[in-house]
Ligand binder design. Structure first.
Ligand code: NDP
Length: 256
């Protein structure tokens, strides 16, 4: 039924060549959406675009460093021309991390994390707003982190960018409700991707993660993309301003 379909809708997913973004591109395409994505590595992007074309998914892409204001503007111009000035779905997925004790961060590291994780998402929302509005039914989903809800030893700048993203979700949900744009946020705990591969291959680290997680394991990208797609469906039409953890129960585990 139409309540459970994204057929005929258009989507921009940032950072779609690997990890969570890659799973989101495929999930939205499987629900019938036409998707545009971006990443910084042209070779990898073209490989993914070919794979998607052979699977029958409708996906286009451009090279874009989402931490650059100029490249974000170029990206949205491209999206506008590909989708005829209308966009139904914006998934702000790009994000990175540098893990250090707070006292050791340099000014450059602070700026890099802020630009990549927070400013990119904020500015893409600004740029997408006229397109989301023009589409008639808009949806924004932020990929935040449980690091924006609780302390998880992932570094304070990362936590601050994700905490800000969580609040941005609530502000935009209220501000843009009148334009029929819903805004929600997904906050994962450890998900097996290239971002955290080096951590998860360490047995002691993995044992520690498992001990904090009621479900006793890390998550897979598909376990995040399913919620992202759900939030964009007509079936979720009364859900806005929410931050949903995808964390195997970690954030409710209390003093165990
Ligand atoms: P990955 O590093 O595995 O994938 C990131 C994707 O984004 C790649 O396609 C990458 O391609 C692209 N990307 C990274 N930086 C940029 C940039 N500046 N401009 C354009 N594209 C970029 O990350 P994950 O899938 O793990 O993470 C995705 C999101 O999920 C992030 O916001 C992260 O904070 C969040 N998250 C992840 C968790 C995890 O455990 N994995 C847990 C909680 C949240 P390329 O490098 O070629 O540009």
């Amino acid at each position: 039924s139409l309540r459970w379909s994204l057929s005929g809708l258009t989507a921009l997913v940032t950072g779609g060549t690997r990890g969570i973004g890659h799973a989101v591109v495929e999930e939205l395409a499987e629900f019938g959406a036409t998707v545009h994505t971006c990443s910084r590595n042209e070779t990898e992007l073209n490989e993914r675009l070919q794979e998607w074309a052979s699977k029958g998914y409708k996906v286009t892409g451009s090279v874009c460093d989402a931490s650059s204001r100029e490249q974000r503007e170029q990206l949205m111009e491209k999206v506008s021309s590909v989708f005829d000035g209308k966009l139904n779905i914006l998934i702000n997925n790009v994000g990175t991390n540098i893990r250090k004790p707070t006292a050791n961060y340099t000014a450059d590291e602070y700026s890099k994390l802020m630009a990549t994780n927070l400013e990119s998402a904020y500015h893409l929302c600004q740029l997408a707003y006229p397109l989301l509005k023009a589409s008639g039914v808009g949806n924004v989903v932020f990929i935040s982190s449980v690091a924006g809800l609780v302390h998880i030893f992932s570094g304070s700048i990362y936590g601050a960018t994700k905490g800000a993203m969580n609040q941005l979700t609530k502000n935009l949900a209220c501000e843009w409700a009148k334009d029929n744009i819903r805004v929600n946020c997904v906050a994962p705990w450890y998900i097996r991707t290239s971002l955290v591969e080096h951590l998860l291959s360490n047995k002691e680290f993995m044992d520690c993660i498992k001990s904090k997680t009621p479900l006793g394991r890390v998550g897979e990208p598909k376990e995040v993309s399913s919620l992202v797609a759900y939030l964009c469906l007509p079936a979720a039409s009364y859900i806005t301003g929410q931050i949903v953890a995808v964390d195997g129960g970690m954030t409710v585990n209390g003093f165990t």
